[in-house]
Design a protein around this ligand. Structure first.
Ligand SMILES: [Zn+2]
Length: 334
């Protein structure tokens, strides 16, 4: 694992080394606009501006999905809670500065005072912020092994130009896996699995099978281009594959909870997959012609998607870095 990490870092570092100063400057500008200086640096999560805005606004709100499954918004990233006689299971734990409010909200759910299990869909701090507090009260924290590794080491997120210190040991997942697993909680059969190298390299989904609700983490992005956190193993090809995998386990009636934003449908997921697959190919073709990220942006390559997905600049810069790191999987550039 350490070896693969080194390779990843070397590849990403290599790509950065070839970037022009203009690229670096504009990326930094993008990062600054993504992270207004309103919170201490160590409390910011990468890439998830919307969640940080929400975290500063309203207190957490509960949206009922089924009799015992709810979506909690306003705690940073979305938190899904399944309640039952043995307590409450959570998917994601919000942002650090909202932990108190989140736990207060969870405690008001039936059986919510005890949280035996919580998943982390990936390492970003707006999805792992409550880990320490939960673990201190005995919660089993389940995540992909890569999420545990990221939480345990310092991280430089290049596209934010920001360093994240290791999280204290109490924040680390207590149970990790490589491919997936299943369990039953409150009578609900639950399946969870790794989504490869997508938004990060530790993304997982949690599928509540009887309720037909899927927690997709930040692999699903609604109404804006997804974040491809190439600094911790995300890339556009992996996102295209991950969305394809989620399409395979959902149907028209599945309610899909993104990492941030409102409840979505399979049609939203399909639209994202289509955009990712098309742009993966188009950007790669441009890369073969020698285009850099800024040339790609200037070319208007994403134009037909921009109305639905917004300003593409950061997405294209991230996609470029990821394609560069995965150039062998793209059948080579030269
Ligand atoms: Zn994230």
């Amino acid at each position: 694992m350490a070896g693969r990490r080194q390779v990843l870092k070397a590849l990403v570092g290599g790509a950065a080394g070839l970037a022009s100063p203009a690229w670096v400057a504009s990326t930094m500008a993008g990062a600054i606009s993504l992270a207004p200086r309103l919170a201490p640096a160590r409390e910011r999560a990468p890439g998830d501006k919307a969640s940080r805005d929400v975290a500063r606004a309203a207190p957490p709100a509960v949206q009922r999905l089924t009799d015992n499954l709810v979506l909690i918004t306003g705690a940073g990233g979305n938190v899904v809670a399944l309640t039952g006689p043995d307590g409450t299971l959570l998917v994601d734990t919000g942002t650090p500065e909202r932990t108190r409010e989140l736990l207060k909200t969870v405690a008001m759910l039936p059986g919510g005072r005890h949280v035996p299990v919580a998943f982390n869909t990936h390492w970003h701090w707006d999805h792992t912020g409550g880990n320490e507090a939960l673990r201190r009260s005995g919660t089993k924290l389940i995540a992909h092994e890569n999420t545990r590794l990221w939480l345990g080491e310092p991280i430089w997120v290049e596209w934010q130009n920001r360093r994240y210190p290791p999280r204290p040991k109490e924040a680390w997942p207590t149970e990790t896996f490589w491919t997936g697993g299943q369990m039953t909680f409150a009578g609900e059969p639950i399946e969870y699995g790794h989504l490869g190298q997508a938004h990060t390299d530790g993304d997982l989904y949690v599928h509540f099978k009887r309720s037909n609700v899927l927690a997709a983490g930040c692999v699903l992005s609604v109404g804006r281009y997804p974040i491809l956190d190439y600094s911790t193993g995300g890339w556009i090809g992996g996102m295209a594959e991950a969305t394809q995998r989620l399409l395979a386990i959902t149907d028209e009636k599945t309610r899909i909870i993104p990492g941030i934003g409102p409840v979505a449908t399979r049609a939203d997921l399909a639209a994202e997959h289509e955009m990712l697959a098309a742009l993966q190919e188009d950007l790669w073709q441009l890369m073969r012609k020698g285009y850099g990220a800024e040339d790609m942006i200037a070319s208007g390559v994403s134009q037909k998607f921009d109305e639905k997905w917004g300003t593409p600049d950061l997405f294209i810069r991230q996609a470029y870095q990821g394609l560069y790191a995965h150039v062998r999987e793209m059948r080579g550039v030269v």
